[in-house]
Design a protein around this ligand. Sequence first.
Ligand SMILES: Nc1ncnc2c1ncn2[C@@H]1O[C@H](COP(=O)(O)OP(=O)(O)OP(=O)(O)O)[C@@H](O)[C@H]1O
Ligand SMILES: [Mg+2]
Length: 327
Amino acid sequence: MDGNKVYKRLNGMRIDEKDLQQRLLDIENNVVHHKRFTELYNMIHDCHHLNDGLVIMGDTGAGKSTLFKKYESAYPREKKMRIRNNHTERYESVPVLRVELDSNSSPLNVASKMLERLGDPFTNGTEKVLTARLKKLIPDSDVKVILIDEVQHIVASDTQKVIYKAADWIKQFANDVKIPIVFGGIKEKAKKIFASNAQLDERFPNKQEFNVFPYSTYDEQIEFRGYLKGIEAKLPFADRSSSKISDPYLADKIYYASLGTPRTIYHLIRHASSKALRAGSDMLEEKHLYEGFDLLSFETRPKVINPFDGKVFNLDVALEKENIKKS
Ligand SMILES: Nc1ncnc2c1ncn2[C@@H]1O[C@H](COP(=O)(O)OP(=O)(O)OP(=O)(O)O)[C@@H](O)[C@H]1O
Ligand SMILES: [Mg+2]
């Protein structure tokens, strides 16, 4: 998205639906390259070019899949030609192969999914057959790094045997394809896979955490506000600079509402912006966040209160009322 995108002024007139949808899409497409995001992006880059493995585990909604998608998009697929056995053939080069595992996957599904992503029409067969096809197709498609997201789904059940078998397949696969693999997944579940198989665990010594934003120390608060600043800088409003979501006053409230989770922040900002634009506002104000907050689901926080009431807010007191510790 263009950083300097200028939005039409609404002057209190309700936005038309097409413009609204485009502006909401602009919010969705704004990926903030915050500190941890950039660190991990660079680690994937190193892994890709230095032929190393990497595991990125973390809290749900922290941004793992967003990071993988961003990395993939930096290395687009290309239609190419090559000569083989005296024949010219067309093929698609896929420098970065990214797969996202569905729930209840098995090694067989993983192989089939990768084949599908490489455009292979034959995705049925035994685990052995598919794995063999994959090992051939990966170099044939010029794949240089594989990103396997939601790796926790490779264990369809929690029995030790299933976990071990999946871990063993991964290990064997990694040894066979001889190109770097980066795994992403939810911490607790992904950890179990590596803990179940010492050889796999040792093959991937670089394990990184990618968690939601902490907000205890001064530096962490600055960091969180920096993230909000990245969102603020591209808000789809004519007067975006008047929307002060990164000021401590609103940042505290947004931390309380999201507990530092980018996914919740996205939903909050999207709902609030939609309300504001429908009301013809040219900036995002606290009252819109109030309305946006009411559209969020807080199943696990029955005592949560809407902090966007225009009043001074004490984060520590509010969290204490819910028995929540700042991470
Ligand atoms: N760097 C970012 N900039 C802007 N928005 C982000 C960023 N990271 C995450 N988000 C928002 O949070 C949402 C959830 O992120 P994502 O799906 O990447 O999390 P995840 O860590 O993969 O979660 P899960 O473990 O549940 O799969 C994204 O759809 C996006 O809206
Ligand atoms: Mg994800």
